[in-house]
Design a protein around this ligand. Structure first.
Ligand SMILES: *Cc1c(COP(=O)(O)O)cnc(C)c1O
Length: 340
């Protein structure tokens, strides 16, 4: 263990497995998952499918791989997917769909609420014409930069996709944050999608892994592509054991992260140099513009005081299970001291 524990607000990916997870990992029954022989992975996949209300699911090493598998399974060479300009799937995944699937992205700007304007989506869907790529898939993200997409928007987006013959995928890396915020079962979100990717390794606290959920036919394709990508893991039940606990025991507590994010936002709003509307904080992310302040020296000062952030003109603070309400108070005090 490090001598000094940092208050790490860089991301919810920094969460360490809970004691219950480590115990479950140490006793997990495992087998060769490429042969379908790992009972713990099979359990996790069944559990995720049941929870999301889909026919099947696939345990994968990361959210990036999960989204890539969705692209490769929904689309073929020369197909196109519509996606947010700032979407993780488009901007932060190395162009994997293009690199490995010859799938063209058609990015559109996100609206301020994290949605894609559905009129623009409709206008962007290409006619069947030899000049054009075939528009095959619509990708949404929820939460998007901490923002929750309204359920009626999801229903409308889904209806549009169906009407136009597109599949619809959700990058639901933090979809459980959205469900907890809305106080609805995750199926209220997942029912609108043909596939949904969920990160177990963010707010849910597992050390590694995501699940891709969808129809049996889609997941069968994804399983094949996962092997092609070198993602067929063997006795990975050791990881799935933590994933099971993530799904079973870690969802409701996301509300604490949302509460702490709100407290942090309210505290920062009292500091002149931070431009922030605490009302805008919906889940576990706090974004603030810095007014006439250099982010790097601030981040260095915070590090000296045991607090980690990523320096940027728009600062992002992410709350998670390893951040307590006391930690939040401490962060606010330390930042106040910096400006005093
Ligand atoms: C973190 C994240 C992913 C996947 O990230 P990995 O680090 O590959 O697990 C996908 N989409 C969004 C929106 C994310 O925040």
């Amino acid at each position: 263990m490090p001598i000094k524990e940092f208050i790490d607000l860089r991301s919810d990916t920094v969460t360490r497995p809970t004691a219950a997870m480590r115990a479950a990992m140490s006793t997990a029954i495992v087998g060769d998952d490429v042969y379908g022989d790992d009972p713990t992975i099979n359990h996790l996949e069944a559990l995720a499918a049941k929870r999301l209300g889909t026919e099947a699911s696939l345990f994968v090493c990361s959210g990036t791989q999960s989204n890539l598998l969705a692209l490769l399974s929904h689309c073929e060479r020369g197909d196109e997917y519509i996606v947010g300009q700032e979407a993780h799937t488009y901007k932060y995944e190395g162009g994997g769909g293009a690199v490995l699937g010859s799938i063209q992205p058609q990015p559109l700007d996100f609206e301020p609420d994290g949605s894609l304007n559905l009129e623009k989506v409709e206008q962007t869907i290409k006619q069947d014409d030899v000049h054009f790529a075939r528009t095959r898939l619509l990708c949404l993200e929820n939460t998007q930069a901490g923002k929750v997409l309204p359920l009626n928007y999801l229903a409308t987006a889904s209806a549009l996709a169906k009407q136009k013959g597109l599949s619809i995928h959700l990058d639901g890396a933090r979809a459980f944050n959205a469900a907890v915020k809305l106080k609805v079962p995750i199926t209220e979100i997942s029912q609108h999608f043909d596939s949904i990717s969920i990160c177990l390794s963010k707010g849910l606290g597992a050390p590694v892994g995501s699940v891709l959920c969808g129809t049996s036919a889609l997941i069968q394709k994804a399983r094949r592509w996962r092997k092609v990508l070198g993602g067929g893991m063997r006795q990975a039940g050791i990881l799935a054991a933590a994933g099971i606990i993530a799904l079973e025991n870690q969802v409701e507590r996301l509300a604490e992260d949302h509460h702490n994010a709100k407290l942090l936002g309210q505290g920062l709003a009292g500091i002149e140099e931070f431009l922030i509307d605490p009302q805008s904080i919906q889940t576990n992310m706090v974004f603030t513009q810095l007014v006439n302040i250099e982010p790097v020296p601030l981040a260095e000062y915070l590090r000296e005081n045991g607090i980690l952030i990523t320096p940027s003109p728009t600062l992002r603070f992410v709350t998670h299970q390893d951040i307590t309400t006391d930690d939040v108070q401490m962060v606010i005090e330390v930042i106040e001291q910096y400006f005093a």
